[in-house]
Ligand binder design. Structure first.
Ligand SMILES: Cc1ncc(C[n+]2csc(CCOP(=O)(O)OP(=O)(O)O)c2C)c(N)n1
Length: 612
């Protein structure tokens, strides 16, 4: 059976077992071909092919409910649930999303992208099923990386004390984005290793059974020892002590074995954990050898759109340098040390970098403890994932006045990853927090200056920055609390920050061609805002506009309006921002265009108000 003959999982059930390896190969080729052009999560998806085939052959979706944690590993699922024809549009504007999306398919149950919530979602569905007297299976697929997230334990704790039938498939490839960290990773390794040990013992058992004299007795004795060892070593207490029936470890690339176990657990009246061992990048040698490199592959970028090194890399390099003379500096990351630019730091100072796994809440409170003990912690986390730590930032950092610096990477539109990955709520999240200074650099030099300044402060600072800024801005120097005028003009003042300043400066060029001189102001301190600047603009009679790559509510425009109101000044004449809606995936350029934030659109919006 060919992939093109499968329009839904029911078709897959008609396939003969001997056809499946070729089908798996075809799925892999389709994934590799598409990701090579569009970018995406390659290694995770290659490792999931057999597991997805086995799940869809044994489950009866969409009646049965299959939930992927994070959802970045759902490409085979998309190919098997009627989305082959559109697969080449993966991650493209208006194309298929790289994560499950309900609007795409009845087989996608939640719009996901943030880790460690699948067991909670699945338990909720299973409880709803039981309360309504319905009958279907609920299965959550969770990676070992995602299992480092505290939410998983809250859910396991809850599920394990109930008798709710529910299957958790632990997809254990020993990797998060990079090698998995923590005590759980060590425990899973022990369990995987013992599986290899038992496999080796099978050969011994077979040999014993064939011994001419007393072979059967020898075999039975050996079997008893083996079962004992299995109980001690393999039937580990880890998941069973939490109230789960444990099955595993199972070879995640052995389709027959997987199907057998999934059929076996179907009828179990209670929570079950199936521990499946897969190889990240399976079937593509380079990805198997370097799974970290192939976790997230960047989309093809035309030469003229290429950007330089990331701002995260600049932050990492700067802090690595500062750490030489500052033994009190330390860094906390949450499963993304490399992506946030702290690879060089951990190389040089392994004792001063704490990678806590996908545990952003813990990362924040850990920083507060480190600060209370006399260290100067930096917490490097993508803005979207720091949302997880809202309460901890408020209670454990701000309320304590802890001198912790947050490095909020990937602020702004997250591009191809979509709604779950845009960093567009960070200002509204942090502006409300008493005692926290919120900064937004427009270039590497300003980022470095902000890091230096943060180290002189005795309280919390958050620096939010995009992945890259493209051009060198006419940045003259950072002065905390002061908004810097990058370009002068008396007909309008355009206040913005970070990468969107590039569009604003080009917008000012366009306006100038049309006879309007617009000032461009870098609001590098978002909180507290520069009241003096707003007052001066008002006194000079210059109409104020704000432009930001952030949701309208709670962003720079809202802050400016609030400060104006407090001083009795009129609100800005225009507040250009992303709408208060979930923003889908797409290239940053196309999304800016869609939401009216390109240079031409900004210029047109200002011109319409100032000289209609
Ligand atoms: C809350 C949160 N933090 C960080 C991430 C970034 N992230 C995406 S996938 C991933 C690793 C997941 O590892 P695992 O669950 O083992 O899946 P694998 O890719 O190895 O199959 C991370 C850290 C995220 N999606 N959500």
């Amino acid at each position: 059976m060919k992939l093109s003959e499968i329009t839904c999982p029911a078709d897959l059930k008609q396939a003969q077992a001997q056809d499946l390896p070729a089908l798996a190969q075809e799925i892999r080729e389709e994934i590799i071909k598409t990701v090579a052009v569009n970018g995406g999560h390659l290694a995770s998806n290659l490792g999931m092919v057999e597991l997805t085939l086995a799940l869809h052959r044994t489950l009866n979706c969409p009646t049965d409910r299959l939930i992927f944690d994070v959802g970045h590993q759902c490409y085979a699922h998309k190919l098997l649930t009627g989305r082959q024809a559109r697969f080449s549009t993966l991650r493209k504007t208006d194309g298929l999303c790289g994560f499950p999306r309900r609007e795409e398919s009845a087989y996608d149950l939640f719009d996901t992208g943030h880790a460690s919530n699948a067991i909670s979602l699945a338990l909720g569905m299973a409880r709803a099923r039981d309360l309504k007297g319905e009958h279907y299976q609920v299965v959550a697929v969770v990676g070992d990386g995602a299992m480092t997230g505290g939410m998983c334990y809250e859910a396991l704790n809850d599920a394990g004390s109930s008798h709710t039938p529910l299957v958790v498939v632990l997809n254990d490839n020993g990797m998060s984005i990079s090698s998995n960290t923590g005590a759980l990773a060590r425990q899973l390794t022990r369990m995987r290793v013992s599986r290899g040990w038992l496999g080796a013992k099978k050969a011994v058992a077979d040999a014993l059974r064939k011994t001419p004299v007393g072979g059967d007795a020898l075999y039975r004795g050996f079997q008893r020892i083996k079962n004992h060892v299995r109980n001690v070593l393999v039937r580990d207490k880890y998941f069973t002590s939490l109230g789960f029936r444990y099955f595993g470890p199972i070879d995640g690339h052995d389709l027959t074995g997987l199907e057998r176990v999934f059929r076996q657990v179907e009828t179990i009246e209670g929570p079950v954990l199936v521990h499946v061992v897969t190889k990240k990048g399976y079937g593509f040698r380079d990805a198997e050898e370097k799974p970290e490199k192939y976790h997230g592959v960047s989309p093809f970028v035309p030469e003229d759109e290429k950007t330089g090194p990331t701002l995260g890399a600049a932050a990492g390099a700067h802090i690595t340098q500062l750490a030489e003379s500052r033994p009190d500096l330390c860094v906390i990351t949450a499963a993304m040390t490399g992506s946030t630019g702290f690879g060089p730091f951990v190389e040089k100072y392994p004792d001063r970098l704490f990678d806590v796994g996908i545990a952003e809440e813990h990362a924040v409170s850990l920083a507060s403890g480190l600060a209370a003990g006399g260290m100067r912690p930096f917490v490097a986390i993508y803005e979207t994932f720091l949302q997880r730590g809202y309460d901890q930032i408020l209670e454990d950092i701000c309320l304590q006045g802890a001198p912790v610096t947050f490095l909020m990477d990937r602020a702004g539109l997250g591009g191809e990853d979509g709604a779950t990955h845009h960093g567009i709520y960070g200002v509204s999240m942090l502006h409300a927090m008493p005692g926290l200074t919120l900064l937004a650099p427009c270039c590497e030099a300003e980022l470095r200056a902000m890091i230096d300044w943060a180290l002189t402060q005795n309280g919390p600072v958050a620096i939010r920055y995009p992945k890259n800024t493209k051009v060198n801005l006419p940045f003259a120097g950072f002065s905390a609390g002061k908004w810097e005028t990058l370009r002068r003009g008396g007909d309008a003042a355009l206040i913005s920050c970070s990468a969107l300043l590039e569009e604003c400066l080009t917008a000012a060029d366009t306006l100038e061609k049309n006879g309007l001189r617009a000032a461009v102001i870098n609001a590098s301190t978002l909180s507290p805002a520069d009241d003096g600047c707003l007052l001066r603009l008002h006194q000079a009679g210059i109409p104020v506009f704000t432009a930001e790559e952030h949701a309208l509510t709670g962003g720079l425009g809202s802050i400016a309006a609030q400060h104006c109101a407090r001083m009795g000044l009129p609100s800005p004449r225009g507040m250009l921002a992303l709408p208060d809606a979930f923003i889908p995936h797409g290239s940053r350029k196309q999304l800016l265009q869609r939401y009216g934030l390109t240079a031409e659109q900004i210029a047109a919006a200002i011109q319409k108000v100032v000289r209609p």
